[in-house]
Design a protein around this ligand. Sequence first.
Ligand SMILES: Cc1ncc(COP(=O)(O)O)c(C=O)c1O
Length: 449
Amino acid sequence: MHFALESKLQGGLHAFEQRLARRTLPVPVSSQTDRDNLVDFTTNDYLSLTRLPALRNKFLQKLTDAPNILGSGGSRLLVNGEAHAALEKRLAKFFNSPIALIFNSGYHANVGFFSCVPQPGDVIVYDEYVHASVHDGMKASRVEKARRIAFKTNSVDDLRRVLLGVRKMLKEKSAGMGGDTSSVFVSVEALYSMDGTIAPLTEICDTLEELFPAGNAYLIVDEAHSAGIYGPQGRGRVAQLALEHRVLVRLVTFGKALGATGAVLLTNELIRDYLIHHARSFIFTTSLSYSNIIAADASFDLLMDGTGERQSARLQENCVYLVTTMQKRLSTLGVAPKLLSIPPELCIERPGSNPPSPILPLLTSQARALSDYLRSLGIIALHVTWPAVPMGEDRVRVSLQAGHTREDIDRLVKGAVGWALQVAEKESKDSGASRSAGQRYEVAYASKL
Ligand SMILES: Cc1ncc(COP(=O)(O)O)c(C=O)c1O
């Protein structure tokens, strides 16, 4: 490589390294033995389906019975696999949607939809925390930057403020031009992947319908993290709130709670036809292999036969246990919020609050150090830093699973709180103070755990 390119690339990486924000691959978990000795709070296998013998056996049986298992032969436009079409039909029915269209991943689906469906002159309003794939789709779209507008996460008031501005702008622009033909697309996630917060979907629908009674404002809900967990048979938050007919598009991904790979967009026939014709991330790629489709099909069997709901109940019990234990320890041991805290909106006992979330951010100004410390205790929970989260909002992201035991969760809480108190003790020693938070921790744990 020429030295000029080499130094530019190295310089680029160095800048991130200095901010402790360089992305690297985590240490591989190489074998089952490694896995068994570690407690993993990173994977999005929320229902622990990948570890269930029932799913493994079902998948292997389906593979044995299937006429095709390897590859897929090309793009869907070249080879439309029977298994792919059959799964789409099954999912449309399951999710109570007119149409289902499978993409190779949630990333492909969001990029595909946002890059081509919004038309020139349209507006996209998005929650400030929507996934990178929505941003990449918007950037590739024909919607100019000034018409792509963020609102404060989960704030219906802020969404209303933004939509009122959009309505005014569209009215002014269309004055004397025979009426406005613009559409407004609103992009949200049902459950935010870095914050664990749950979107107020019903209120969002109400606001859209109130401010755009002509019906030209459309809601797109990303259920990447909520599908499988919430709603009857794990059909997601939109189904749980009976909003199927008030949402234009739902995205369900197969790679998280479903333990497979791929994604499906649930929408109407016209949008499906438009995507097939225009979405480059659908057209110009080899479709999922038959074995991927079979794996997803097997996972949906488990949602339909009630296994998913049982796993989800366990998962939600774990969520409540983690949040309540963590809250109690943090407050009784007097941990400074700067060192370690959890977002107040994830507290379980709030009246009328949302269902428990499997994602818990451990907010700390020293996320990498906490993650490294937990790893030394055999606990994997990765730190997340800018640009995946806003600057100054570093965290260790904890992803709970149905298969975690109370002991696993206790280990995590003990490890994280213990680390914070050690840091506090060191800081207070360094500043010459006499109070020993570490001693308090030892005493408190000896009596409480
Ligand atoms: C909210 C959200 N949407 C979409 C995606 C992309 O899904 P996939 O992993 O299937 O590409 C992710 C994945 O991290 C996600 O968190």
